[in-house]
Design a protein around this ligand. Structure first.
Ligand code: B4P
Length: 196
């Protein structure tokens, strides 16, 4: 199985790239952001619990997020593995993902690829997306900047976890989307060779 973690600040291109990788490797994308938005839209109990966090651009508490991810994986094992998009976002989530993959599938993360993008580029991308996405967290610059701050205070630390495992690779997330996809594929293919 190929278990890819796509990492990076909000707007760095995780969701964009996950769609291409999903096709290429036949591995479903699991986006915790999309799962939360589905629950918001359908006004589920989970959606009601997380709305305030998401509207502010804050991370949803780990227990809620990890339970949701675990439930998603229980829906049936993907034969080729997964692309984790937006999870883990804290060290506690990274530890939980290792445990979940080991316990459920006797598997581990293959590689974590971090997309590196300058903050001002992130803000412009997200404001641009906010014009059409209907996402409340994309329209307000203050909320966008809070999401970026959350990334630096809570999420960036996760690098240490994967560096210690020799599973951390950074790539430049600025440039043509196709070229970034090619770079990602090269990193993933190399990680697959190493794993064999
Ligand atoms: P997410 O849905 O994960 O949102 P995101 O960080 O904005 O990334 P996304 O994948 O959507 O955007 P992308 O970079 O592809 O999270 C939303 C919220 O959910 C969080 O703030 C939090 O509240 C909650 N949440 C989710 N997971 C959580 C977790 N694990 N723990 C706690 N809370 C959690 O693209 C952005 C834009 O850039 C797009 O418009 C795209 O077209 C554009 N773009 C991409 N690549 C480009 C390129 N190379 N050049 C130009 N534009 C590009």
């Amino acid at each position: 199985m190929l278990n890819i973690v796509l990492f990076g600040p909000p707007g760095s291109g995780k969701g964009t790239q996950a769609k291409f990788l999903e096709q290429k490797y036949q591995t479903p994308q699991i986006s915790t952001g999309d799962l939360f938005r589905y629950n918001l839209k359908n006004e589920t109990d989970l959606g009601k619990k997380v709305r305030a966090y998401m509207d502010k651009g804050s991370l949803v508490p780990d227990e809620i997020t990890t339970q949701m991810l675990s439930d998603e994986l229980d829906k049936g094992k993907s034969p080729n593995g997964y692309i984790f998009d937006g999870y883990p976002r804290t060290t506690s989530q990274a530890v939980a993902l290792d445990k979940i993959l080991a316990e459920k599938f006797n598997e581990e993360v293959t590689v974590t690829v971090a997309l590196v993008v300058d903050d001002e580029v992130l803000v412009q991308r997200l404001l641009e997306r906010g014009k059409t996405s209907g996402r409340s967290d994309d329209v307000n610059e203050e909320v966008i900047r809070h999401r970026i701050t959350e990334y630096y205070t809570k999420t960036a630390k996760v690098a240490k976890h994967y560096k210690a495992q020799g599973k951390w690779v950074e790539i430049n997330g600025v440039g043509d989307i196709d070229e970034i996809t090619e770079k990602l594929i090269a990193v993933i293919n190399e990680a697959m060779i190493k794993e064999d």
